[in-house]
Design a binder for this molecule. Structure first.
Ligand code: F3S
Length: 413
């Protein structure tokens, strides 16, 4: 790889041991992917911010970097943690995780991170710009940034994102290069898209087929909401390893089909109709009984608009006494929803607005048996996909109004 004088100095240790270690990681990564150079980056979203992922060893690694004088030279935001700092005990998060999480979050903050602890950094002050080179972890946010914002990032792991934050560089390969950003195959959407759950179901369908490829959608409405696009992004990165999609007439690099494919021929064309949608809904809706005990809204983290919809569904009603309703969101979203009175309405009805964590990044294999949860009910295709394998709970999957009705009735209809 060709390094600038400044990068060579970093690699030689002129900027201290933390930066040298970071450069070694980036050069090794770049060489393994055939990158010719590093590109300047001023935007990192750190995925390794939950102690469920980092555990003691990862936490010590980050602490060591900080103790060696590590300082972030880019904007850095952090993904959800394993802990809601204000109500961990009530919602069943193990005490041992809270102390470790304070250490890990403290180490990131000590190096200059904005510890917003959310998977929707683009809604809390880290909005990517078109064409911006970044190093983001969190697969759902990566797809959103590449596709909806037109920014350029690969799916970074914890160490490589940390290395970029310390150096302001990332290897130029993959989605940083224009030739890798074109679509590979076409999906003709031939069924109405009624709400964000439909977008999640479409993402699940396309992700299963895509692997690491980039799907191009035609036939989507030209006015999807932000929530629709985040649901689509999350599901694509759950059932597949997708980093980017194009929606013709919607996303910035796909004004036309030809632009989305860069004048290449699609490898295949698939139709997504009512039959395909129903098959996917059934595949995600794995729990055969009508039993409901744990309900999750907010994967990816809930926007203020979603919390408004939850509050409206609960207005003057009560969550069933045998049901725990979690609405997971960022601290900043919580503050806005609180100001609007939505948090109060949800709490009065018996729901919990959970901050800075989610069932996937909290220790749900401990929480669920301790609380007696046997199923997970959700409007998120990503959460419904992961719940059975990740924490052993079969899922009920449906749109928000169906999920909220289950919260009130205590049964899945
Ligand atoms: Fe976010 Fe957790 Fe879902 S990190 S995308 S709420 S699995």
């Amino acid at each position: 790889m060709l390094l600038t004088d400044e990068e060579t100095k970093m690699l030689n240790g002129d900027n201290g041991p933390a930066v040298r270690k970071a450069m070694e990681i980036l050069v090794a990564l770049g060489e393994s992917f055939g990158a010719e150079r590093l590109v300047p980056v001023n935007n990192v979203h750190m995925a390794g911010s939950s102690v469920l992922v980092a555990e003691e060893a990862g936490t010590r690694f980050v602490e060591d970097i900080r103790n060696q004088g590590g300082k972030f030279v880019t904007r850095v935001t952090t993904n959800p943690t394993a802990v809601d700092p204000s109500q961990w005990k009530e919602i069943g998060i193990p005490e041992s995780d809270t102390a470790l999480q304070v250490r890990l979050t403290g180490a990131y903050a000590g190096m200059g991170a904005n510890t917003c602890n959310t998977c929707i950094p683009y809604l809390v002050g880290n909005m990517p710009r078109f064409g911006e080179h970044m190093a983001w972890g969190e697969s759902s946010a990566v797809v959103f940034a590449n596709s909806v914002c037109g920014a350029r990032t690969n799916r970074e792991g914890g160490p490589s994102a940390l290395a970029t934050a310390l150096t302001g560089r990332t290897p130029e390969y993959g989605f940083h290069l224009t030739e890798n950003r074109y679509g590979n195959f076409l999906i003709k959407v031939e069924t109405p898209m009624r709400d964000m759950t439909d977008y999640g179901t479409l993402g699940y369908f396309a992700g299963k087929i895509a692997g690491q490829d980039t799907p191009v959608f035609v036939g989507l409405p030209n006015n999807p909401t932000l929530e629709d696009l985040k649901a689509l992004s999350a599901a694509l990165a759950a059932s597949g390893a997708v980093s980017m999609f194009h929606a013709v007439g919607v996303t910035p690099e796909a004004p036309t089909v030809e632009a989305a494919f860069g004048d290449r021929t699609p490898a295949k064309t698939l139709v997504y109709g009512v039959e395909e949608r129903t098959q996917c809904e059934n595949a995600l809706n794995k729990e055969p009984s009508d039993h409901v005990d744990w309900i999750l809204v907010g994967c990816p983290n809930a926007s203020v608009q979603e919390m408004r919809e939850v509050a409206e569904a609960l207005e003057g009603k009560k969550v069933h006494k045998d049901v725990s309703l979690w609405v997971t969101t960022a601290g900043a979203m919580y503050a806005m929803a609180d100001q609007m009175g939505y948090v109060d309405t949800i709490k009065k009805a018996g729901g919990v607005v959970v901050r800075e964590t989610c069932p996937f990044l909290a220790r749900s294999r401990v929480i669920a048996p301790n609380k007696g949860y046997k199923t997970l009910t959700t409007n998120s295709a990503k959460m419904a996909f992961y719940a059975p394998g990740q924490f052993g709970l079969p899922a009920h999957y449906g749109n928000l109004s169906r999920v909220m009705q289950a919260a009130i009735d205590g049964v899945w209809r």
